[in-house]
Write a protein that binds this ligand. Structure first.
Ligand code: NBP
Length: 480
């Protein structure tokens, strides 16, 4: 059987993606470095694929894989990110012919994607950086897929990915978001937003526990309720699930037996690093990434705890009102996190000439991916109303939401500080909002200082030009 597409790398993500593709009636050639994973996939799921009208064609070598696919060939690489991906691409290139397409479906840094794309271009091969979100479950039942690459590459790949993606309101959560690095870039920012969203949820939990003194099971109920309203999202639903879980060994709430050091694989860090280069203040994602780093600094945490004590201060709150305030603070901070993430997507798009459509992105993030939420529909609507939004914060729907929640947002940040419960993402999102709306920023003072110690010059609000004051001399102003 001639396969429509091929896939190498049959760990959990690759196998599930291959099964999903076959389940749509597509014939897919499959390969893995160690053959055993390939034979197991065929043994366990080969019949099921045939019953669904598709087929998994097992291949023992990359040569066999390439030979099994219709030309021009599309080969998905779903191996460990980094060196393994380079090694597989290097082995594939001599086996392919001009016009063939190599798809990296792992999480890659945009610089790696651009490098691989140029290298393959020299062989007249097309390279696609494809972001796949939704974890293992999504890969099997419907992920969100962000494709970066040429029109030629999307011609064959597009129908396959659109057939396996999650579907919301009849629209598949898969799209060609732009050329070369665009797919991996937006997937990276997606993960960055996911970091911020999870941190905001974690701070909400901590406040409900540390200030309102609710138990994990009660907090699970609160999240359960939130999931019925505007905050409805996969992560909120999953939070209720994790918080209501009881550890089988100890009978304790699961949340109390998990080590409180959050790990990371790198996409959040990349988002922040690239944001610094682009000059985009993604403060929510940065706080979330730093919060994970801080949690792992066990020695420092111990030393500071032993020096200052770990007590929190009792702050009198009406529990029901406080729960509502935290929900408002969470929503408003979430608007900031997404506004910043979309700003970064658009800054990257301008930098690389990708022409990414933010409305399309919100559309394909509505289902399948980890940040899927009712919220994304509102973002899609906001960009449909105005494609040139300066910030999501000023889209009428979100502006109203922030206005309505502002007093509560401030109360929550104040109470967090009074109680001694850290809420870095809540606090910095509020500071970001206040900084953007402030009439005069103290940046004027920073600029004055820079001119004083380093003759870095300044501009004036009342006339054009660049100026320097002779601070050490007669303090006269000169046009620089
Ligand atoms: P892993 O990231 O654990 O990678 C395991 C696969 O890489 C196996 O097929 C392994 O082959 C293969 N491999 C390695 Br390791 N080194 C190789 C080499 N030098 N040559 C050929 N093959 C090599 O698998 P995963 O968790 O399924 O993730 C796959 C990709 O998907 C990653 O890039 C990840 O970033 C991305 N991703 C993962 C998730 C998730 O939720 N896990 C979500 C979204 C994206 P072997 O069997 O012979 O060792």
């Amino acid at each position: 059987a001639r396969a429509t597409i091929g896939l190498t790398g049959l760990a959990v993500m690759g196998s599930n993606l291959a099964r999903n593709i076959a389940s749509r009636g597509t014939t897919i050639a499959v390969h893995n470095r160690s053959t055993e994973k390939m034979t197991r996939l065929l043994d366990e799921h080969g019949d099921e694929a045939r019953e669904q009208g598709g087929e998994l064609v097992g291949c023992e070598s990359l040569e066999d894989l390439v030979a099994a696919i219709e030309k021009p060939r599309t080969v998905i690489v779903m191996v460990k990110a980094g060196e393994a991906t380079d090694a597989v691409i290097e082995d594939l290139v001599p086996l392919l012919e001009p016009g063939d397409v190599v798809v990296d479906a792992g999480n890659a840094h945009v610089d790696d994607t651009l490098r691989r794309q140029s290298a393959l271009e020299e062989h007249d091969l097309h390279f696609v950086g494809m972001g796949v979100s939704g974890g293992e479950e999504g890969a099997l039942n419907g992920p969100s897929i962000m494709v970066g690459g040429s029109e030629h590459a999307y011609a064959n790949l597009g129908p396959v990915v659109e057939s396996i993606a999650a579907v919301v309101d009849g629209t598949p959560c898969a799209a060609h978001v732009g050329p070369d690095g665009a797919g991996h870039f937006v997937k990276m920012v997606h993960n960055g937003i996911e970091y911020a969203d999870m941190q905001l949820i974690a701070e909400s939990y901590d406040l409900l526990r540390g200030v309102a003194r609710l138990e994990p099971a009660q907090i699970a109920e609160v999240f359960h309720g939130w999931n019925e309203g505007d905050l409805e999202s996969f992560l909120i639903e999953m939070t209720a699930d994790v918080l209501s879980h009881t550890d089988a060994d100890t009978g304790q709430p699961f949340i109390d037996v998990v080590a409180d050091a959050a790990e990371q694989k790198g996409t959040g860090r990349w988002t922040v690093q690239i944001a610094l280069d682009l000059g985009v203040p993604v403060t929510g994602i940065a706080e979330a990434t730093f919060a994970r780093s801080l949690s792992g600094h066990t020695d420092q945490r111990k030393a500071v705890r032993e020096t200052f004590g770990s007590d929190t201060h009792d702050v009198e709150v009406d529990v029901e009102a406080f729960v509502d305030d935290v929900a408002s603070a969470l929503y408003a901070s979430k608007v900031v996190a997404y506004a910043q993430g979309f700003d970064q997507v658009m800054a990257g798009s301008r930098e690389h000439d990708w022409d990414v459509d933010p409305g399309q992105l919100a559309t394909i993030w509505r289902g399948g991916c980890i940040i899927r939420a009712r919220f994304l529909d509102r973002i899609r609507e906001a960009y449909a109303e105005n494609g040139d939004l300066t910030s999501l914060l000023v889209a009428p729907f979100f502006a109203d939401a922030v206005r309505d929640g502002l007093a509560a947002w401030r109360r929550v940040v104040v109470i967090a500080a009074q109680a001694g419960v850290p809420a870095p993402a809540f606090a910095s999102s509020l500071a970001y909002f206040d900084a953007l709306r402030r009439d005069r920023l103290p940046a004027a003072l920073v600029q004055g200082l820079r001119d004083n110690f380093g003759a870095h010059t300044y501009q004036r609000i009342d006339k054009d030009g660049t100026f320097h004051t002779t601070w050490a001399g007669d303090r006269t102003e000169h046009e620089a």
